[in-house]
Design a protein around this ligand. Sequence first.
Ligand SMILES: *Cc1c(COP(=O)(O)O)cnc(C)c1O
Length: 393
Amino acid sequence: MSVDKPVYLDYAATTPTDPAVVEAMLPFLGHEGGFANPASISHAAGRAAHKAVEAARVRIAALVGADAQEIVFTSGATESDNLALKGVMRHLGREGSRLVTSRTEHKAVLDTARALEGEGFRVTRITPDARGRIGVDALREAIGDGAVLVSIMLVNNEIGVIQDLTVLGEVCREKGVLFHVDAAQGAGKLPIDLGALPVDLMSFSGHKLYGPKGIGALYVRRAPQVQLDAMIHGGGHEGGLRSGTLATHQIVGMGRAFEVAGERLAEDAAHSRALTERLYAGLNALGGVEINGPEEGQRVAHVLNLAFDNVISETLLYFLTDVCVSTGSACSSSSRAPSYVLKAIGCSDARARSSLRLSVGRFTTMDEVELAIEHIGAAVTRLREMAPDAVST
Ligand SMILES: *Cc1c(COP(=O)(O)O)cnc(C)c1O
């Protein structure tokens, strides 16, 4: 078997746009399209664009059990995380107020937390257990007195660990602190019901869920209303929380993507589960392969992070010309440092440097997985023959 294009196993970095999404977006591009400014509700063309934006807002809210009025459009989950953290901390405004987060968050949260420290806020960072889970006691202790906001992700982008938002959120409620969740990797992969979850703010991204890049949303609870300061000022769009002309085509695309994800949630998850199970079985047969993070049950179906004994993953990537995988998050791959997520769950430098993140999705086929097993297997075997015992994990 041969393929002309490399096997793409990096769905956690970004997903291809679903054809149904492209189809939904096209009518909003071009000079005959629905290009009018959705804020121009004084004329018919503007009202048509406005209607499309509001329909998309309803679809996004529906996937996560929110009210459409609780959805604020942003440029992506990075901006949503920034808006949630900076917006809440600055609104509360007291110098020395404390934010609680974890060491395994996405950089969009960690770097924002660092920036807030520069503004005089304090930050407590929880170390998760060896599987990547954050426990109730660790959270309660971290909140202590004086914390005003907790930010913990639903699904980790490197190891796929799922946090229990119900129990963590209940601790936040009990302590009277707001709870923000980065759900960029969890939305559309796991059922989410914000009507029932004790969560106040939640970040979403379009392109992690077969929508376009450059669009995202922040859920802001209305009852009780979460108060936050805007970061971007202008025309007062999005209830004053995020000014700027709404990107109709992007928003429509994200709306359609979230709608499709809702329809296919169980089917997509079962497909990803079958693929990652086969990937693990195939690669585990090489020997000296271990899963980083949780085993089945506490891990999302589409992410598999593996450590290969006696292999340096950077070198492995160099040999893997026909398979697209990554050694960690795309957002930190410019740095040569071993993954901070793997380090935080207790992996040695050597083990972190021997690890690969494989992530599959809706358009991955079993044939592609077989091909990937073949290619990765051949490269691992070759590297181990070239430099036996070079790395011991
Ligand atoms: C990709 C990702 C982000 C950033 O999302 P963008 O829409 O690309 O800004 C934030 N958090 C997590 C967990 C992600 O996986």
